[in-house]
Ligand binder design. Sequence first.
Ligand SMILES: [Zn+2]
Length: 597
Amino acid sequence: MSKAHGAESIHWDLSDLYEGPNDPSLIRDMDGIIARADSFASQWKGRIASLSPAEFREALQAYEGLMDLGSKIGSYAYLNWSTNTEDAALGKLLQQSSELGSELNQKLVFFDLEWLALEETEARKHIDAPELAFYRHYLISSRKYKPHMLSEAEEKILSAKSVTGARSWVRFFDETLGAARFTFEGEPLTEQQVLSKMHAPERETRQKAAASLTAGFRELSRPLTFIFNTLLADKSTNDKLRGYPSWVTSRNLSNEIKDETVDALVEAVTEAYPLVQRYYRLKTKLLGLDEMRDYDRYAPLAQNETVVSWQEARKMVLDAYSGFHPKMGEVAGYFFEHNWIDAAIRPGKRGGAYSASTAASVHPYVFMNYDGRVRDVQTLAHELGHGVHQYLSRERGPLQAGTPLTTAETASVFGEMLVFRDLMGTLTDPKERLALLCSKIDDSIATVFRQISMNRFENAIHTARREKGELTTQQFSELWMETQTALYGDSVKLSDDYGIWWSYIPHFLHSPGYVYAYAFGELLVLSLYEQYRTQPQGFADRYLELLHAGGSESPEALTARMGVDINDKAFWQAGVALIGKLIDEAESLAAEVQFGA
Ligand SMILES: [Zn+2]
C-alpha cells in the first residue's frame, strides 16, 4: 500500500438520498413509486393528443416528479453498491432498483409514445407554446427518436428483458473484475491497486504490474470474451429492431450530434497520430530508455513522486476553481464541506472515478479512488468539474439538466486545465516544470488520441460482430493490436502481452460509443481555454452560463454561444494543434534540462 495521505477516511454521506438500505423512507418510496406511476397513467394515458399546452405542462411536471424519484432510488442503490461491490445485500438492492426502474419505464412508456405519435403540425403547437417554453429543447430533441420507437407492447418487453439481459451482463462484468485478485509480488491485489502501479517511477514495478494484469486478464479471458460477444450481439439486435443503420447512430443521436461531425473529429485526430509518436520518442529519451514499451507510457518523469495529501489536493482544486470564478469555488466547496465525496481506496470498491448527478432535487456525489499522486489531484479536479456542472444545471429539471456526453466533459476537463496551469505557475525548476508538462501531455494524449484509437477498436469489433458473428479472444486481440499499432507506430513497442488489454475497459460495455466524447470534450476545452487565455474579458461569466444551461440546448447551439463551430474539421485540427504546442514546449524545456542522469 502507498503512504498515508489522509483520504483513507474520506467516505461520503449518502443520507441526503437515504439513511441506509433499511431506511423506512427508501422502503416507502420503493413501494410507492409504482402506485404513483399508475395514478399518473390513469390521469394522462390516451389523452396526450388532446391536451392544451397548459395541461401538457402539468403532465410534464408530474412526469418529471416520477423521474426524479426514480433517479433518487436508483442512484442511491448504485452509489452504495459501488463502494462495496462484494456485499450481497447491496447487490440485491441494486438489482431490485434496476427491476423497479424497468417496471417504472414500462408504466410510463405510453407518455413518450403518445407524444411522438403526434403529427408534426400538432407537435409544433406545443413546441412553440409559451406555456411550454421551459421544455422546448426536450420537446424538440425527443421527437428525433420518432422513427426508432416501437409499439408500446414491444417497448415494454424490451425494457423488461433488458434487466436480465444487457444490464445483468454489465453487472457481471463489473463484479467479475471487482472480485478478481491479481498476484503482485506474491500478494493478491485488486485491479485498481495494480493499475495504479502502472504509473510507478520504477520500471521494474511497472513491468511486474503489467505482467500481473496480463496474467489476470488471460485467466478471465473466457468470461470476458463471452460478455463482450453477448453485449455486442445484444446491441446489434436492438439496433436492427429500432432501425439504426450503424452501431454508432444511436449514440450520435443521444449525443445530439451529426454523424459527419463525429467523422470530422475522428479524421482530424487520426491524421495527427504522428504527433503522438513524436512525443513518445521525446519521452523515451527523457526517461533514459533505449525503447519505450507499453508499460512505460505512463511513467512519470520526476523520480520519487511526492505524495499529495487530501488536504493539499482540496486546497489546490478549490483555489484554482475560485480563481477562475467565485461561484465555481463555492459550489466545489460544498462537496468537501458536506461529505459528498467518497475518495478512500478499499477492497471491493469499484474502480475508476465518476460524478453522479443523482436526482435534480438532491445534489451530485463524487466517487474516486484517491492514492495521493498528482494525477489523483487532476482526477479530483475533473470529477468536481462534473459535480459543479451537474449542480448548476439542476435548475433545468430532470428532463433537461443532463447534457449529452458530447458536452458532459466540458467542465471536468476545464477544471483539470485550471489546476494544471496553477501548478505550472508555482514551479520554477525547469526539471519539475517539464515533468508536470509531460504528465499533462500524457493525459491529453490519453484523452484525445487513445480514446479515438479505442473508438476505432469499438468500430472494428461492432462491425466484425455484425458481419462475421461471434469473435474469439484472439480476434478481439488482433483488432486491438491493429488499432493501437496505428496510433503508436514504432514509437512504442507493444508486446504480445498487450493483446489482451482491451478486455478490462468498462466503457466499451457500460456505454458503447462513449469514448469519442472524451476527445470531443478535451479538444473543445483546449480551444475554450485558449480563448480564455487570449481574451479573458467576460469569459468566466459566459462559461458559467454554459454550465447553467445543462442539456437545455443542443451542443451545437451551446458551443456556438462560445463562438465555436463543431461541424468544421478545421476547428478540431486547431484543437489538436494546441497539443502540438504543448509538445513543442516540452521539447524546448527538454533542451534546457539534463534528465535521467
Ligand atoms: Zn469525465
